[in-house]
Design a protein around this ligand. Structure first.
Ligand SMILES: *Cc1c(COP(=O)(O)O)cnc(C)c1O
Length: 426
């Protein structure tokens, strides 16, 4: 399989090239030159096995192809069960059983498994830079924790992530370091961009990034949607809590290659870029507004170009998708009401999807729906617990991480200070 840029002005590359590069040289995102069709397995099988089967055509012809089963075994080391909710004709696809209790664990571990193989013969370590407002940094840190030849610098805005998130970010081994930046998330992103664009620095310290546009994170996310669809008795209509459209595009790609996925609805928080677009207005990127579903606080969804490329233009895209906006008051109400009525407890992101289901029911939709549960509610205890009036039980993996020591170093929001810090990292 060859990969082309969504902007069409870059040479095609193989999978390894696309994973190593991140962004295409013309500023676009890499997508498969043509979407393959994949034979449906008779039964769902293991998650790792389904992943290897689904991804085979995407790896065809690449040096990593032979290692795909091993990569999948490393990345899909925990389950993604689809369970029936105590809500009528509704299922939850639980994507939070990994070490940091959010779906990003799958993509981060898959990317790590690919990169470590691509760097096997390198004589110097590769340093991955991640700017994070919480979940991404933890998933990437956990995925690369202790991986030989790889280092991670996590940059997060000091005092602006939840206490549990901050603890997680600083809890990894020596090759993963957390920097609490005196500034905002945008300042963190600026430092990362400046470092990645600094050729002199890169000559001294090889750098890469691990953001949500990476094919190495996007491709594996198809697997849990595909496997869940095989376990459903009818085409799986799916609601995906959405920020940068990474999970949602993966779900649509799984449908495109032939898995039995039906309608796909994007549940957004108060950031209305996508709901407006799907309501017929022109696409307009903007600054994000802060919400209690903070991992979805995105005003310019980075995978939008992939969505538009998949369907070929704005009008065609609108025919194939639908997006709804759910505000903080509705998120709170949804969490509170379900905990009281049926004992189901959702994280704020997952609650946007539940709310969208309720709207569909109000509009007369009687079909079966599956909601992606993107994080465990225990990760957002300071929001969820006051709403449900009790403690949320913490999953074992998260508990283990919270019991480790945690250390973060202060960092000025100054790219010269940051590049000197990188040079000094031995
Ligand atoms: C990242 C994240 C999202 C948004 O996913 P995208 O792929 O960016 O659309 C939703 N929920 C949680 C918990 C997340 O961490």
């Amino acid at each position: 399989m060859r990969y082309v840029s969504t902007r069409g002005a870059a040479a095609t590359v193989g999978l390894s090239g696309a994973i190593a590069a991140g962004l295409a040289p013309d500023g676009g995102l890499y997508v498969p030159e043509a979407m393959p069709r994949v034979d449906m397995p008779r039964s769902p099988g293991s998650l790792a096995g389904t992943a290897a089967h689904m991804l085979e055509p995407f790896f065809a012809g690449d040096p990593l192809a032979m290692e795909l089963p091993a990569i999948c075994a490393e990345a899909f080391a925990f389950p993604a069960p689809r369970r029936e909710l105590r809500i009528d004709r509704a299922y939850l696809l639980e994507l939070f059983h990994g070490p940091t209790a959010a779906f990003k664990d799958f993509g981060a571990r898959f990317l790590a498994a690919c990169l470590v193989r691509l760097r096997r013969d390198a004589d110097r370590p590769l340093t991955i830079l991640v700017a994070t407002s919480g979940d991404t940094g933890a998933a990437v840190g956990a995925a690369f924790d202790g991986v030989p030849g790889m280092r991670v610098a996590i940059l997060y805005p000091d005092q602006r992530v939840s206490p549990r998130q901050a603890h997680q970010l600083g809890s990894f081994g020596d090759n993963v370091r957390a920097l609490r930046v005196a500034g905002s998330f945008d300042d963190c992103q600026r430092l990362v961009k400046a470092a990645l664009g600094d050729a002199t620095l890169q000559a001294d310290v090889p750098l890469s990034s691990a953001n949500s546009i990476s094919l190495g994170r996007l491709l594996p996310q198809m697997a849990y949607f595909g496997r869940a669809a095989l376990s459903a008795t009818q085409r799986m209509n799916t609601i995906v809590p959405t920020g940068n459209l990474g999970n949602a595009v993966a779900c649509l790609w799984a449908r495109e290659i032939g898995f039995p996925i039906g309608d796909v609805v994007f549940a957004c928080n108060a950031n209305e870029t996508l709901p407006e677009f799907f309501a017929g207005r022109p696409y307009r990127a903007r600054d994000a507004v802060a919400t209690i579903a903070n991992a979805m606080d995105v005003g310019a969804p980075s995978n939008f170009e992939r969505l538009r490329h998949l369907f070929g233009g704005d009008e065609a895209t609108r025919l194939h998708g639908h997006a709804e906006s759910v505000d903080d008051a509705e998120i709170r109400d949804t969490i509170h009401r379900h905990a009281a009525a049926d004992g189901e407890v959702f994280c704020p992101h997952t609650a946007t999807g539940i709310r969208v289901l309720e709207r569909l029911r109000m509009a007369g939709d009687e079909r079966e729906w599956t909601m992606a549960a993107t994080a465990h509610p225990a990760k957002f205890d300071t929001i969820v617990e006051p709403l449900i009036g009790r403690e949320v039980e913490v999953p074992d993996a998260l508990k283990a991480m919270l019991e480790r020591e945690s250390l973060a170093e202060p960092m000025a929001a100054d790219s010269r200070v940051f590049s000197e810090w990188l040079r000094g990292w031995q």
